[in-house]
Design a protein around this ligand. Structure first.
Ligand code: NAI
Ligand code: 13P
Length: 334
């Protein structure tokens, strides 16, 4: 099979190495030809330090690598998914399968990323969302990892499962692409918030409280928007929430730590030096939850800190002193 990965950040690079390990003819495309040339020379991506890229992986800045591709992986930051989909569109056929691996919601339209790709490619071929607890740094060194390949087209989901699965990368299929994509985008804001707790010096009790209540609000919005409750308890939901809220690989968590220590969001993102999707998602989620009439106290507070300059200490007090509630009934005590 011929596979092309569009987007040479840490994640696109790690995924291209999996496809290469699985014996597929694999291309990794960078939108920056100079960066592609440098990776060809060094067999390393500065965004995934210490991972040697095998000689069989074809690294290029030429979009013509898409000619005849069976599998196209869309792996840019969410803000560049639409322009990347525009670029792939002329090369796709009805037999192609696109796998979307970015985690976010498109700004302004609030569309899921598979919807954005569908719009730009005229829904010519199926788009599968691949998501789960999977830091590129660990996949790159072949640590056992699991993800979900979600698509309403079960054959396409199985095609992606077959393409990626091996003895260090386990892939489950799912028909709930809505839930899988939303879970991946929503947890980034929570990982950032968990980092803020770390930055403020709060410890394990606080983070367990935050993660558990975050699951409740993420699931609430996800279900309202058409996702399945079960998905939020699975790899793309709970699994990814755990890994990003606890790992120092997480760019969202690292940005949050810096904000908790007093940096502005812009300073924090600059210092992290890689895409912090939770910053962008916070705005879309705020709009989506307001429109759907779904209460999301933690995500709302993250939005207020990131976009309205609210002080993190004040936000924590506000969250802790909200009206008394029943955990299961979700009702407020009169
Ligand atoms: N890094 C990880 O462990 C994981 C990342 N993801 C998701 O994958 C997506 C990409 O993240 P990373 O690979 O980590 O990013 P990164 O921060 O490592 O690198 C971003 C890459 O995007 C490229 N880029 C910038 N503008 C572009 C454009 N207009 N068109 C194409 N490429 C462009 C940059 O050159 C750079 O190579 C994000 O949505 C992220 O949430 C998902 C799972 C794991
Ligand atoms: O989604 C991820 C791991 O599953 C990556 O998270 P960060 O973007 O926070 O690094």
């Amino acid at each position: 099979m011929k596979a092309v990965v569009l987007g040479s950040g840490g994640w696109g690079t790690a995924l291209s190495q999996i496809l290469c390990d699985n014996g597929h003819e694999t291309y990794l495309w960078s939108h920056n030809p100079a960066k592609a040339a440098e990776m060809v020379r060094t067999r390393e991506n500065p965004l995934l330090k210490g991972v040697y890229l095998s000689e069989a992986l074809r690294i290029t800045g030429d979009l013509d690598c898409l000619k005849g591709a069976d599998l196209v992986v869309s792996a840019p930051p969410s803000f560049a998914v639409r322009e990347t989909a525009k670029k792939m569109a002329p090369y796709l056929t009805e037999k192609s399968v696109v796998v979307s691996v970015s985690k976010g919601i498109e700004r302004d339209t609030n569309l899921r990323l598979s919807q954005v790709i569908g719009e730009e490619t005229g829904n010519l071929c199926p788009v599968v969302a691949l998501s789960g607890p999977s830091h590129a740094e660990e996949v790159g060194i072949r640590m056992p990892t699991g993800c979900v390949a979600a698509c309403r087209d079960a054959d396409a989901a199985r095609f992606a499962q077959d393409a990626f699965m091996n003895d260090y990368f386990r892939v489950y299929t799912s028909g709930d692409i809505v839930g899988v994509e939303l879970a991946g985008a929503l947890k980034n804001v929570i990982a950032l918030s968990c980092g803020v707790c770390d930055g403020l010096g709060y410890q394990d009790n606080t983070k367990a409280l935050l993660m558990t209540r975050a699951m409740a609000e993420i699931t609430r919005l996800g279900e309202k928007l058409g996702g399945s409750r079960q998905t939020f308890g699975g790899l793309a939901g709970m699994g990814d929430l755990i890994v990003t809220c606890t790992s120092m690989h997480s760019r969202n968590r690292r940005a949050g730590i810096l904000i908790g220590q007093g940096k502005t969001p812009q300073e924090a993102m600059k210092e992290v030096g890689a895409v912090v999707e939770g910053y962008f998602a916070a705005l879309s989620i705020h709009q989506l939850s307001q429109r759907a009439g779904v209460e999301m106290p933690i995500s709302r507070c993250a939005y207020e800190v990131l976009y309205e300059g609210k002080q993190v200490k004040n936000v924590v007090t506000e969250l802790m002193t909200r009206a008394k509630k029943d955990e299961l009934l979700e009702t407020v005590r009169p």
